[in-house]
Design a protein around this ligand. Structure first.
Ligand SMILES: *[C@@H]1O[C@H](CO)[C@@H](O)[C@H](O)[C@H]1NC(C)=O
Ligand SMILES: *[C@@H]1O[C@H](CO)[C@@H](O)[C@H](O)[C@H]1NC(C)=O
Ligand SMILES: *[C@@H]1O[C@H](CO)[C@@H](O)[C@H](O)[C@H]1NC(C)=O
Ligand SMILES: *[C@@H]1O[C@H](CO)[C@@H](O)[C@H](O)[C@H]1NC(C)=O
Length: 301
């Protein structure tokens, strides 16, 4: 029986569509074979290229002469979505009096007004050899800033954590007990506000037995760009999550391109949630580099 032309046409159309669909399935399969592995690889590559969002650590060992902290105010104002942890250091610690000099009082109050700034107080431990009573005394002075700030001075004179410099990296029961005691003092201080963030700075990778859970960050690297590149294999072997580590890297060479510095920062961000990148090669913490704002942009956001 002869099929009406229209039907034949329909059937032919159907079979053509069927053939087309077979081709279509084959194409989809081929695309899938290529695309699935790419999909697995590519996001990782682009994440690696961009780096992981990091906070910015600012060792502010600068006396607050009028205008001296302006580069900091400018950058924290122009980067409202970045989180800055600023290390205050009036006198290799809080100084011996209960309150710092007036210039400090005013500038610290101003700094604490920024919602994206967290101030922490500098305390030296001398690799756990400094008399622990003196260390605890420094913590108490910082804690006292808040309590002794009275109606005249207004609020805002306070720290939100402590930066323990010269933390030990070699294990001994004495060192572990020492660091644990001072950490607990911070976490128990009423006048240390907010998260009471503890940063310990051994400047190198400490014995894991020294990294107590109350230590929020360990600065496991403090040194030059060149030294960082020499020690990378050690850094990739860090056992804990990146949220527990900080890197302070100075002397970043001037002749690197911004693209290369970005790549470097992205790599560093994979094992550090708190970064300090500085191109100065002397007095790194006592002045601001003219490039400081660019470096804040380079740190992955
Ligand atoms: C540490 O300081 C305290 C208080 O000033 C003092 O009593 C103690 O003897 C000192 N310890 C050492 C080992 O110097
Ligand atoms: C209160 O503030 C005034 C003015 O800054 C200061 O002289 C005084 O020592 C403060 N008092 C306390 C208990 O901190
Ligand atoms: C940058 O300068 C250093 C010496 O300061 C040199 O060793 C290095 O090769 C230079 N790098 C580039 C990319 O020019
Ligand atoms: C740092 O400053 C120098 C001199 O102004 C400039 O050539 C260079 O590109 C800057 N580097 C970065 C990373 O912004």
């Amino acid at each position: 029986m002869k099929l009406p032309a229209a039907t034949t046409h329909l059937l032919r159309g159907k079979s053509r569509r069927l053939k087309w669909c077979t081709a279509c399935v084959v194409t989809i399969v081929i695309i899938a074979i290529i695309a699935i592995p790419l999909a697995v690889i590519l996001p990782r590559n682009s994440a690696a290229a961009k780096g992981l969002k990091s906070k910015i650590l600012v060792p502010l060992y600068i006396y607050p002469e009028p205008g001296a902290w302006d580069p900091l105010y400018e950058v924290v104002t122009s980067h409202p979505n970045r989180h800055f942890i600023v290390i205050l250091n009036p006198n290799s610690g809080p100084g011996s009096s209960s309150l710092p000099a007036d210039q400090y009082v005013n500038q610290i109050q101003k700094l604490n007004d920024f919602p994206n700034v967290q101030s922490v107080g500098y305390v030296r431990t001398g690799y756990a050899t400094r008399n622990i009573s003196d260390v605890l005394g420094d913590v108490a002075v910082y804690s006292g800033w808040d309590t002794s700030a009275n109606a005249t001075m207004g609020s805002g004179l306070a720290v939100h954590g402590i930066f323990f410099d010269e933390a030990p990296s070699e294990y001994s029961t004495a060192n572990a007990e020492y660091m644990l005691t001072i950490n607990h003092a911070v976490k128990n201080s009423i006048g240390i506000l907010g998260d009471k963030t503890i940063i310990q700075n051994p400047g190198t990778i400490p014995d894991p037995r020294l990294v107590d859970s109350t230590t929020d960050y360990s600065v496991v690297f403090e040194g030059s760009y060149k030294e960082f590149n020499e020690r990378q294999s050690l850094l990739t072997a860090l056992p804990l999550d990146r949220k527990r580590y900080s890197f302070v890297i100075h002397s970043i060479p001037e002749n690197l391109s911004t693209a290369d510095i970005k790549k470097f920062a992205a790599k560093a961000s994979r094992k550090s949630d708190l970064l300090s990148l500085i191109d100065l090669d002397a007095n790194f913490y006592e002045r601001f580099s003219p490039n400081w704002s660019s470096y804040v942009d380079i740190i992955p956001s």
